[in-house]
Write a protein that binds this ligand. Structure first.
Ligand SMILES: [Zn+2]
Length: 283
């Protein structure tokens, strides 16, 4: 006797294999049989005409705090999304100094929502808070460069001193140790945009050997798209970390077409040279 039997759907198993028609039998939280399953089940769902898949991973989300406002996350669940990656584009909800919280919340593009209390400063505290609110999806968070730079240098438009760079590396390492799964930058946003390539290489180097990636909102998506793509790939290569280019597209009609193709070629060339590189096209 199965707990749940989903019958007659088109099964797309996520392995890259073509779909096949069949049933999915579940006991507890486990899939125990796939294919033509003839047996009793406590609950049956007729999936004829529907596709049955594992949950989708939304690789680029900004629901860091909206998950606290509405942990049901229906807008994700109803699309079949069961895991979201947040903390993108340099904006993560931690680490943050207590004195920066109100400014962060007011000015942070992805934080300025009513309906939640900001009661954390470290990544560990943020994740603990998220767990308490029991969102209906799995959440993976990155550590944002804007958070690191604000915590150490405020909004200063200058390179970090060696001590400040070390302080940012330590904060990043700590947030990773507390459960964050990567590092993100938002190089068209202040103060992330004040960072030179070398600063980003030094920070992304903290990821080396961990399998965790550097996710970057590029420095430019228009006239200098190719230079921005090259910068991101260089950071991944020199830091020896996977690099993921966020919402890669060419802005402005005059840049459509060939420039986009060249950007993809740059990523492919980096991959051929052994850099683990990829991109999303989320807007
Ligand atoms: Zn972005």
């Amino acid at each position: 006797m199965y707990d749940l039997l989903i019958t007659g759907g088109r099964i797309v198993d996520g392995s890259g294999a073509p779909w096949f028609a069949g049933d999915v039998a579940i006991v507890g939280r486990r899939i125990v049989a796939l294919g033509q399953v003839a047996a009793e089940a406590r609950t049956r769902i007729d999936a004829a005409g529907l596709v049955v898949t594992p949950g989708f991973i939304d690789f680029h989300a900004h629901s860091d705090v909206t998950l606290l406002v509405d942990p049901r996350a229906e807008s994700a669940v109803r699309q079949g999304i069961t895991t979201q990656v947040v903390g993108n584009c340099g904006f993560s909800a931690a680490p943050v100094r207590p004195e920066d919280v109100s400014r962060f919340r007011r000015d942070g593009l992805v934080f300025s929502f009513p309906g939640y209390t900001w009661d954390w400063t470290s990544m560990g505290e943020y994740l603990a808070r998220l767990r308490l609110d029991r969102p209906s999806i799995n959440v993976v968070t990155l550590v944002g460069h804007t958070a690191l730079r604000t915590a150490v240098m405020g909004q200063a438009d200058r390179p970090p001193t060696p001590e400040e760079l070390t302080a940012m590396q330590r904060l990043l390492a700590q947030a990773l140790a507390e459960g964050a799964r990567g590092f993100s930058s938002g190089l068209t946003y202040m103060p992330s945009c004040y960072a030179a390539t070398e600063e980003l290489i030094a920070l992304a180097s903290v990821l080396r050997g961990s399998g965790r990636g550097y996710h970057t909102h590029l420095r430019d998506y228009s006239r200098f798209l190719l230079e921005a793509v090259a910068e991101a790939l260089r950071i991944g290569k020199e830091a020896e970390a996977p690099v993921y280019l966020s919402h890669m597209y060419a802005a402005g009609r005059e840049h459509w077409g060939e420039k986009t193709a060249q950007a993809v070629r740059l990523v492919e060339e980096a991959r051929q040279q052994g850099v683990e590189a990829g991109f999303d096209i989320t807007l």
